[in-house]
Design a protein around this ligand. Sequence first.
Ligand code: GLU
Length: 388
Amino acid sequence: MIKLATRIQSVPPSITLTISAKAKAMKAQGIDVCSFSAGEPDFDTPQHIKDAAKRALDQGKTKYGPAAGEPKLREAIANKLRNHNNLDYASENIIVTNGGKHSLFNLMLALIEPGDEVIIPAPYWLSYPEMVKLASGTPVIVDTTEATDYKITPQQLRQAITSKTKLFVLNSPSNPTGTVYTPQEIKDLAEVILEHDLWVVSDEIYENILYDQAEHLSIGAVNPQIFERTIISNGFAKSYSMTGWRIGYLAGPVELIKATSILQSHSTSNVCTFAQYGAIAALEESQDCVQEMLQAFTERRKFILEKIRAIPQLSCPTPMGAFYVFIDISKTGMNSLDFCDKLLESQEVAAIPGKAFGADSCIRLSYATDLTSIEKGMNRLADFVNSI
Ligand code: GLU
C-alpha cells in the first residue's frame, strides 16, 4: 500500500467536477441525463476568440512563454481592471494562471503559513477550504443564512477575527448562492478588514453575470487603503464561455505576483501560449457576446425560479448574480447527499449537494444549460419531490 502525503489525505475530490463528469459519462452512454451540475456555460466560445487563438497557432505561438503570462495579455488585463473595475494596476501586478482556481491556489501557497487562519463565509465554493488546507492554513468557516441573503455581516466578520487571521475570502457574485453584496455592504466589510490589517481576496469570476438592479463593486476600488490589502482573482471561463481553455489571473501587490510567478516557474510554467491570444481578443474585442450570454441567463433564471416556486417543499432566495440557484430542501426531510444521489438514480437529474458548500440542507442547481433541458429537469425534480 502506498503511504500518501499527509497533506492530501484529508482532502476529498471536488464534488462539482466528480458529479459533472458522471453526468457527462451517463450522457455519453446514451442516458437522457438533465445536468444542473457544473457551473459551465453551455455556449460555444465566441468565434472571434477562437479565431484569435487559431491565428496565434498559425503564427507559431507554440513555444514557452514567460511564466507570469504573455506581456500583451498582462497589459490587457491591467487595462480591463483599470477601466472596468477602477483598480489602478499595471502589467507587473498581474499573473496569468491556469484558470481562476489555479490563481487562488497560487495565492494560498504564496501567502499562507502553517497556522494562519483564513475566514471563509459559508455557503462557500467548495475548493476554498481545501486550498487553504493544502497550503497548511486553517479555514475558519462563518455560517450565513438565508435571512441575510447568505451574506456575512461586518459583525460576524469581526467576531471571527483572531490574532492568527491572515486572509478573508470574498466571492460576489457568489457561487453557490448567487448572492451579490451591495456597494455599501462591500464598503462596510472593507472597514473591518482595514481595522484588523487583514488581506482580502476577491474572487470576481462572476462579475459580469448580474441581474435586475444588482451592481458589482470591486472591494479594491473602495479606497486606496483597501486597494493595498486586496488581491483580485478572476478568469475567462464564465464571462466568455472558456471553461476548458484554463485561463485565469491574479492581480495584487508586485511582491506577491512575483512570488506566485516563482511558484509557476517551478510548477506549471506558462499558460498555453496560443490560448492566451484568445484571451487577449476576449478582452480587447467586442463585449457583445458577454451581453448575449447574460440575456440567455436572465431568461433561464426567470424560468427556473418559477418552476422552483411551484414546488411547495422547496424554497430559495432570488439569486442576483452568477447562474446558480441554492435551494433549501429541508422540508423534504432528506439530507443533500441522499437527495442528490436518489435524484440522479431515479430521475437522471444531476444536482450538487449543498454539503459540498457547507450547507447540508440545500442543493445547488446550475442553470447554465438550455431552456428545454431546464424544463425537462425541473419537471423530473417536481416528480421526485412529490414521490418522497
Ligand atoms: N466552478 C464551477 C462550479 O462550481 C466549475 C467546477 C469547479 O471548478 O468546481 O461548478
